[in-house]
Design a protein around this ligand. Structure first.
Ligand code: SAM
Length: 319
């Protein structure tokens, strides 16, 4: 009886809106079961749960290669590369012959798949199982990419830390390419409270479990999808997917504060123009040189304001 009461109390506490960016269960991407479900989703062309459909990835790679106009010998790092859907295409386009292609991901299963795939198809790609929040590479890459909204789940502190790490990892003038979600997308992707009983197992657990799902919206375009997973022995695990959605002004300010100059902004990474109805914002930002972050040095380099980008930058080439 007491134990039941305690668990219901825990459940009650877990069901409240958490403080913004309170982490959920840390073992998510690398969880043996969840990572298998994620890999299946990455490789299933019918679902956009983990990656975009293959024809869109083709279009993104085509667009980026043309628009970035890379010099021979360019080095590209894809952070959160998953099973290597982008890195494989980049290598096939010859990038790893004259230059290099590197992918890092925090899922052992995805990295193992990507390594096997590269070996089987004779693609030279360096894959590393690594948390990109620990990236230590210095002045090594011409391009660093972070694709499919992976900047958005990070807390403000982790976003600032990641920007600093990407800044250090890029060669001077190197470009950071990312896409982030907008409040327009969130208005459609908010989850109503729901529960599911899964006797045969499901996304979160291989065995029977119950999922209580609820979303909470916060000021400044922050949102969380929270999943409380209850197993037959009463174990309760909470998973949280946080999102910081962006306006062009917000992402430009944040990226600029990280020492980058935003060169261009689109509605997606295939070069579709951004409009107020866009679900996504795609950004290409150059590592500013000399470094103009506050306190780094005093040679302030003028940056384009968001208003200026709207007027002139929407279809700009990357540099
Ligand atoms: C939504 S998926 C997108 C994968 C890939 N960018 C794509 O579009 O196909 C996010 C990926 O980032 C990886 N990931 C998440 N957080 C990470 C971290 N801190 N360090 C490294 N990889 C991470 C996950 O394992 C997963 O493969």
């Amino acid at each position: 009886m007491t134990e039941t009461m305690l668990k219901i109390n825990t459940l009650h506490q877990l069901s409240q809106a958490p403080e913004p960016f309170t982490p959920g269960e840390p073992l998510f991407w690398d969880d043996p079961h969840i990572s298998k479900m994620m890999l299946d989703a990455h490789l299933n062309p019918e679902t956009e749960a983990a990656s975009r459909p293959p024809e869109i990835i083709d279009a993104i790679v085509d667009w980026l290669i043309t628009a970035l106009d890379l010099e021979p010998g360019a080095a590209w790092l894809d952070m959160g590369c998953g099973p290597g859907l982008y890195t494989s295409r980049l290598a096939r386009r010859g990038l790893s012959v004259t230059g290099s292609v590197t992918g890092i991901d925090y899922s052992r299963r995805s990295i193992a798949y990507a390594q096997d795939y590269a070996a089987e198809h004779n693609l030279t790609i360096e894959y590393r199982y690594q948390n990109y929040l620990t990236l230590e590479d210095t002045a090594r890459y011409d391009v660093v990419s972070l694709i499919y909204g992976d900047f958005c789940p990070l807390s403000p502190e982790n976003r600032a830390s990641l920007l600093a790490r990407v800044h250090r990892a890029l060669k001077p003038g190197g470009r950071f390419v990312l896409d982030v979600t907008t409040p327009v997308l969130r208005a459609r992707w908010q989850s109503s409270p729901r529960w599911d009983a899964l006797p045969e197992g499901g996304f979160w657990k291989p065995g029977p479990h119950l999922v209580l799902e609820r979303g909470f919206a916060y000021p400044d375009d922050v949102y969380v999808n929270q999943y409380i997973v209850i197993e037959p022995d009463g174990t309760q695990t909470v998973y949280r997917n946080w999102f910081q959605d962006y306006t062009p002004e917000r992402i430009t300010d944040e990226i600029t504060a990280g020492g980058f100059a935003v060169s261009a902004l689109w509605g997606d990474l295939t070069g579709t123009p951004y409009t107020a109805e866009s679900d996504w914002i795609a950004i290409v930002a150059a590592r500013a040189w000399p470094d103009h972050r506050a306190g780094v040095n005093h040679k302030v380099r003028p940056c384009l304001s968001p208003a200026h980008l709207f007027r002139v930058g929407l279809h700009h080439p990357f540099r």
